[in-house]
Design a protein around this ligand. Structure first.
Ligand SMILES: [Zn+2]
Length: 596
């Protein structure tokens, strides 16, 4: 017999122990023994995380009688066959302060469904209801609830029962509970809630709402210029504010964010220019919001549906993350929040970042996408030498493709048309009964179709190949000069240096560079350069090296573990690219991408 619904309860059982108590009830368990599985990863963050490791104990009962629960593998349990309503009770340890898992203490609770809701195998497609219960602890007396889930028996922002149309929606709707700051705005008629958890005295939430409204309306109109229709009925921005942090995860009707307190505007700053930090926060919001279309509805075919237990390999993350990164800041410009000059400053930094690592000559963005699970998400000290970011280079591919199409079509077509075509053909009806993803071949065919010319050479060179995108060639056609000044006269060891307590530590040693040739390794602690102490400030190293010229040999003392070692380093010219893009003249056609 098919289940009509799956029911959960979740209660913050012990705030101090960071423990959620969860139950899942199945009216008609599978006759051969119902299987329950917790996801191994959370969509949007491409790494196997094995959330089941936080399930502390699980037991099952049927009609008041205990039912045997057998572990099938690290994520899965099978209940013994039973007749009648089957309930599994389990506890989940929640002490991961990130957007990817669950966190609970006296100040708030947050969870992603992937961390707490066991999947009832075979009943994924029926409605899933969850009773979110108020913690008994007095600290929680004034808590409210924020989630994109629809209320079934609950007031908006209240504890009670919420409903999702299926398991996918349930675990794509994170929940925040606490005494958060809350404000709302409408963007083209759709309610958007903005929630801040954490201490932020004098937060200017009104300013944030005003700015987010501009971003949201710009993006809705971007994808639906005619109907101006948003793809969701309501949207929730939920931000955890900390001393130092940054990150976000996209969902179909909400996003979970983490940001640094100093990045948020205060009431005393009202009327002043937005800080760089605030622009970073708005860029993050813009990025996650763009995902509402690009990856939550326009999806790679392998994500339709997701397999939550294993890696879902796709060579297309350069499109889903890279192009989202291209548009996040661009949308700030189009929304009138970021100046063109400010935009080029961010772009200069992005280009320099991509050109810094030699990994870009060894891995294409297609391969970087495919290997995200084992490489991009498992970065180590050798990553700059081994991999390229499908975010960073992907965003430059977006820019280069946009410029290429605009130049070739004399401004008649652009990357915007491609995004809208992807939306119309794949995204718009994704949750309306046509869950169809796009294949790599489908992407290339659609790009050709909309651009009106064959993009195979572009794909071969920059997407499947490892060539640098030709910005120096493309930008001048749009009145933007591009200067790449490798500061080759500045003496350098060709390393990345980080602070490690009172010391400087080599965080990366670049392939073929001066330090590597001399035998220095990542994680070595610098002690002295030609007998002068290196302190914990990385700029101190630069100062010491500035006394020399390229080609000079210096003696470097460094600790590897607890052993003091000595190296003769012959200094080379700094390979950090100094990129400067400047708007030279206002050309009417083809238009610069920011002008559209
Ligand atoms: Zn993203």
């Amino acid at each position: 017999m098919k289940n009509k619904k799956i029911s959960y309860t979740i209660a913050a059982k012990d705030l101090s122990a960071h423990m959620f108590q969860v139950t899942v009830t199945v009216e008609s368990p599978a006759p051969e023994g119902q299987v329950f599985v917790l996801p191994a990863w959370i969509p949007g963050s491409y790494m196997i995380r094995e959330f089941s490791r936080n399930i502390v104990q699980a037991r099952a009962e049927c009609g008041g009688q205990p039912v045997e629960l057998t572990k099938l593998d690290k994520h899965s349990w099978q209940a013994a066959p039973c007749k009648g309503k089957l309930t599994v009770h389990y506890e989940v340890y929640a002490w991961d302060l990130s957007v990817r898992a669950a966190h609970l203490d006296q100040t708030h609770g947050f969870f992603n469904g992937t961390s707490v809701f066991l999947r009832v195998v075979g009943s994924e497609d029926v409605p899933h209801v969850v009773d979110i219960q108020r913690p008994a602890h007095e600290a929680a007396a004034k808590w409210r609830v924020a989630t994109a889930l629809k209320e079934l028996k609950a007031k908006r922002y209240g504890f009670g029962t919420y409903i999702a149309q299926d398991y996918d929606e349930l675990i794509d709707s994170p929940v925040e509970m606490g005494t958060f700051a809350l404000a709302s705005f409408k963007a083209l008629g759709v309610q958007h809630d903005v929630v801040f958890t954490g201490r932020v005295p004098n937060l200017d939430i009104t300013r944030i709402c005003n700015d987010l409204k501009q971003i949201c309306e710009t993006q809705i109109a971007f994808f639906e210029p005619r109907t101006k229709k948003a793809p969701m009925d309501r949207y929730v921005f939920m931000t955890m504010v900390v001393g130092d942090g940054y990150g976000g995860l996209e969902h179909r009707a909400s996003t979970a964010l983490i940001c640094s307190r100093a990045d948020l505007p205060t009431i005393s700053q009202r009327g002043k220019e937005p800080s760089d930090g605030y622009m970073t926060y708005l860029g993050l919001c813009s990025h996650e919001y763009f995902h509402t279309w690009n990856v939550k509805r326009i999806k790679p075919a392998v994500f339709a549906p997701y397999d939550y237990q294993v890696e879902n390999y796709t060579p297309l993350l350069w499109l889903f993350e890279g192009f989202t990164s291209y548009y996040d800041d661009l949308m700030l410009v189009r929304a009138g929040l970021l100046s063109e000059d400010g935009y080029y400053k961010l772009l200069n930094k992005a280009v320099a970042g991509v050109l810094r690592g030699s990994g870009r000559t060894k891995q294409s963005v297609a391969d970087s996408s495919f290997d995200a699970w084992g490489k991009y998400y498992r970065q180590d000290e050798n990553s700059p030498n081994a991999i390229v970011s499908y975010y960073a280079k992907g965003s430059l591919i977006g820019l280069a493709l946009d410029l290429t199409i605009r130049a070739k079509t004399n401004g008649k077509r652009s990357l915007d048309d491609i995004m809208r075509a992807l939306w119309q053909r794949y995204g718009r009806d994704f949750y309306n009964g046509k869950p169809r993803g796009v294949t790599p071949e489908g992407v290339e065919a659609l790009f050709d179709d909309i651009a009106g010319f064959k993009l195979k050479p572009f794909f071969d060179k920059y997407i499947r190949g490892t060539e640098d995108v030709p910005l120096a060639k493309l930008l001048p056609q749009f009145g933007v000069s591009y200067k790449d000044e490798r500061k080759s006269t500045k003496p350098s060891m060709d390393v990345n240096i980080g602070r490690d307590g009172a010391d400087c530590k080599l965080s990366a040693v670049h392939d073929g560079g001066a330090a590597q040739k001399a035998g220095l390794s990542a994680n070595d602690l610098l002690v002295a350069i030609d007998g002068l102490r290196v302190n914990g400030n990385p700029s101190n190293v630069e100062g010491l090296l500035a006394r020399y010229k390229v080609g000079d040999t210096v003696q470097v003392h460094a600790f590897r573990r607890d052993e003091l070692m000595m190296f003769d380093v012959t200094l080379q010219g700094d390979r950090v690219p100094g990129i400067t893009m400047t708007v030279e003249e206002k050309k009417t056609t083809p238009r610069r991408p920011t002008a559209a």
